[in-house]
Ligand binder design. Structure first.
Ligand code: GCO
Ligand code: MN
Ligand code: MN
Length: 388
């Protein structure tokens, strides 16, 4: 039994906007005081996080004077040095300011599109100053309420043009950063373009520098779309494109809830952690979530500690699953292969195709086989419930 204490090797990170969330919602005012970025770094240091990520304007307000900017950077750097926290990822806020009400890179206004590029280049510089290796793009406003307003094909082209421009900016500056694109189906727009991780993976292959670009899937976003998050992440991993991950939780069919990791769908959280750990994901485990509006900052710490602790408990459960003799025996039986089909596997050849077409399959026997999946799933549930 481990003590479930977060360590640097786990690469647990939080955004300034996550632990800094003040509990505002569309119906109610903040319930927590605003903390300065450096205060949030100390809070994260106290709970044992490895890193802190930020949007440009989480750190430097959009209208800050040069003197204010200098002071904020000084305080933030000192807090990083005092706590040892890293800044593994940075991103741009392209959604809050009214200028972005119709999108940033896909806005119908060319001035807004150009401003979005300028703001992102400045934000990339800021991220580079702190050593961020991953740069996230979440296009919260890149969408529509009505498709009368924007051409969806033009929007794809505008998104591509922006990504190509920014990839070359990073290369030009020699930053060595990689981009991670984050999909979300809706909220704040009625519909957001490239709405799932799968859409993003397809879009990336159309870019000029696809090797620089991967995805940043988020649990809540795929669950909002009613999808199996683990499958989306698996597809990204298999394609070598899982550059970052946003962990949180979300009841299906609800508004964007950003709950503590593992709070709602424990079983899906388990299969996700198992996938990441079994396949040795070595990127950041970033929590893009926030504490309930009912909490004070002690509750925010409970929230942050809970996110990491649940991950580590599920990691231990995944190891237990991999070592459980009964579960492993069932899996071996389920996946048994007597080699009888070896001649028909692998790459195509005309001879192989002809031979396969001549095989006489016993369809009734194939359909009659009991798969033992009920037993396997029940064992998994019992393992998760702690009775194995
Ligand atoms: C959301 C998104 C954001 C992004 C963040 C980083 O639903 O609001 O998940 O939190 O992850 O902007 O780019
Ligand atoms: Mn989100
Ligand atoms: Mn996110």
């Amino acid at each position: 039994m481990s003590n479930y204490e977060p360590k640097a090797e786990h690469k647990f990170t939080f955004g300034l906007w996550t632990v800094g969330n003040v509990g505002r919602d569309p119906f109610g005012a903040p319930t927590r005081a605003t903390l300065a970025p450096h205060e949030l770094v100390y809070l994260l240091g106290e709970v044992g996080a490895y890193g802190v990520n930020f949007h440009d304007n989480d750190l430097i307000p959009i209208d800050a004077t040069t003197a204010e900017r200098d002071q904020i950077l000084k305080d933030f750097k000192k807090a990083l040095a005092d706590t040892g926290l890293k800044v593994p990822m940075a991103t741009t806020n392209l959604f809050y300011d009214p200028a972005f009400k119709d999108g940033a890179f896909t806005s119908n206004d060319p001035r807004v599109r150009a401003y979005a590029l300028q703001k992102t280049m400045n934000a990339i510089d800021l991220g580079a100053e702190f050593g961020a290796e991953i740069y996230v793009f979440w296009g919260g406003r890149e969408g529509t309420e009505s498709d009368a307003t924007k051409d969806p094909i033009e929007s794809i082209k505008r998104s591509r043009e922006a990504m190509n421009f920014l990839c070359e900016y990073v290369q030009d500056k020699g930053y060595g950063m990689k981009f991670a694109l984050e999909a979300k189906p809706n909220e704040p727009r009625g519909d957001i373009y490239n709405s799932t991780t799968g859409h993003m993976l397809a879009f990336i292959e159309t870019l000029d520098h696809p090797e620089m670009v991967g995805v940043n899937p988020e649990v809540a976003h795929e669950h909002m779309a009613g999808l199996n998050f683990t499958h989306g992440v698996a597809q990204a991993m298999e394609a070598g494109k899982l550059f970052h991950i946003d962990l949180n939780d979300q009841a299906f069919g609800r508004y964007d809830q950003d709950f503590r990791f593992g709070m709602v769908n424990l079983k899906s959280a388990f299969f996700l952690v198992k996938l990441l750990e079994d396949n040795k994901y070595d990127g950041n485990r970033h929590y893009d979530a926030h504490a309930f509006r009912t909490e004070d900052y002690e509750g925010v710490k409970d929230f942050a500690r809970g996110c990491m602790r649940t991950y580590l408990i599920l990691k231990e459960k995944a190891e237990q699953f991999n070592q459980d003799a009964e579960i492993q025996a069932l899996l071996a039986e389920i996946n048994a292969d007597d080699g009888a089909m070896d001649a028909y596997k692998g790459a195509y050849s005309a001879d192989k195709a002809a031979a396969l077409k001549a095989v006489d399959f016993d369809r009734a026997a194939l359909g009659a086989r009991g798969m033992k999946y009920e037993r396997l799933d029940q064992l998994t549930v019992e393992l998760l419930l702690g009775v194995r």
